[in-house]
Design a protein around this ligand. Structure first.
Ligand code: SF4
Ligand code: SF4
Length: 350
């Protein structure tokens, strides 16, 4: 697989809200939280094996703001790119929001991720987004707006100074109780590759998953479950995952590609496609990889010289694309940083 690009840390499962679509099932009554000492250890491991970025998510990481400041400072001191994902609830008071973002910028934050969509809108007004986008722009931070897309999504983000990252609503976690007509539906097994595998995640309790989010719902034997950082060293676990051909194949060919390999082997009776899939490729992927017999056959197939060659070639192409994207991103970051110089007082730049 191409090298991992970001280690996600699901720092807490506590949140001020309990959104209906929350795949993490975060809420005010959940209390699980990572220890800051463990989080620093995970960040150090990621840095040692060349993962360039760390993303702190939750629940709501801003509920532990002093710790988040320390983690951002720690990761950025190692030279890593840092991001924190939030609902943005703390932007109610413009002065306080400015102060908090300035502190994060001083400690080296690169990206503020704000999750916002029709579900978050019940708790966080859209005006907070504009406020945060303006503050980020003034402080030289990049803002990414994470939108969970349902069939009702009618947002127009064009005038917000943020990069928009859309992901389909998937029927997992609390979203599994939402009505079916809210999910985008696919009648054939959905095709498409998976970029999320470049971003493995450590949950607050040390559980390690190959992808952020849906992997938490996989069976204990699924290749998406990588183990627990309390029982095994994160560094070795991630290096092993990066070499796993099943994960590499999902990254470049998607679950559809794996299903076709199963057919090539004459084992299509082992997996009967459903009449429809809600939300995209994830439910198909979880289904396929939850079956250990299917995974064993796929592993055998992926070891055959012809398939191995094809996979290596596809991974080379994916690797090349990532390098090109990273170069473009670095160029735009250095451009943004030089624009910022004029806007941010020197105290905030140091
Ligand atoms: S979706 Fe985000 S804001 Fe809503 S409950 Fe989950 S973590 Fe909290
Ligand atoms: S497609 Fe599979 S690996 Fe990718 S995010 Fe969905 S469940 Fe995870």
């Amino acid at each position: 697989m191409p090298p991992h690009q970001l280690l996600g840390l699901a720092y807490t499962e506590t949140c001020l809200f309990a959104c209906d679509h929350c795949i993490r099932e975060a809420s005010p009554s959940r209390s699980g939280k990572m220890h800051i000492r463990d989080a620093k250890g995970y960040i150090r491991s990621a840095d040692e094996i060349g993962i360039p970025s760390v993303g702190i998510t939750g629940g709501e990481p801003f509920l532990f703001f002093p710790e988040i400041l320390k983690l951002v400072e720690f990761a950025s001191g190692l030279g890593m790119e840092t991001s924190v994902i939030t609902s943005g609830y703390w932007a109610a008071d413009p002065a306080r929001a400015g102060e908090m973002l300035s502190k994060l910028a001083e400690k080296g934050l690169d990206v503020l991720g704000v999750s916002w969509d029709e579900f978050h809108e019940r708790h966080v007004p859209v005006s907070f987004l504009y406020r945060l986008a303006d503050l980020c722009s003034r402080l030289g931070l990049r803002m990414v707006l994470n939108v969970c897309r349902s069939t009702r999504t009618r947002m127009n983000h064009e005038d917000i100074k943020a990069k928009v990252h859309e992901q389909n609503l998937v029927p997992l976690g609390r979203a599994s109780s939402l009505p079916d007509d809210l999910f985008l539906q696919y009648e054939e097994p959905p095709s498409g590759s998976c970029g999320n595998l470049l971003n493995p995640m450590v949950d607050w309790n040390g559980e390690i998953f190959a992808c952020c989010g849906p992997g938490r719902f996989s069976s204990p034997t699924s290749p998406l479950r990588l183990g627990n950082a309390n029982d095994s060293r994160l560094r070795e676990t991630l290096l092993k995952a990066a070499e796993d051909p099943i994960l590499g194949a999902i990254h470049v060919w998607g679950p559809y590609g794996l299903w076709r390999l199963l057919e090539d082997e004459g084992h299509n009776q082992l997996y009967t496609p459903k009449e429809r899939y809600l939300g995209g490729i994830c439910m198909f992927c979880l289904d396929l990889l939850d079956q250990s017999e299917v995974v064993a056959i796929l592993r055998r197939k992926l070891r055959s010289p012809e398939t191995k060659r094809r996979l290596e070639a596809a991974i080379l192409v994916a690797n090349y694309r990532i390098r090109v994207e990273n170069t473009a991103k670095n160029r735009s970051v250095s451009r943004n940083h030089s624009q910022t110089t004029a806007l941010v007082p020197s105290r905030e730049r140091n």
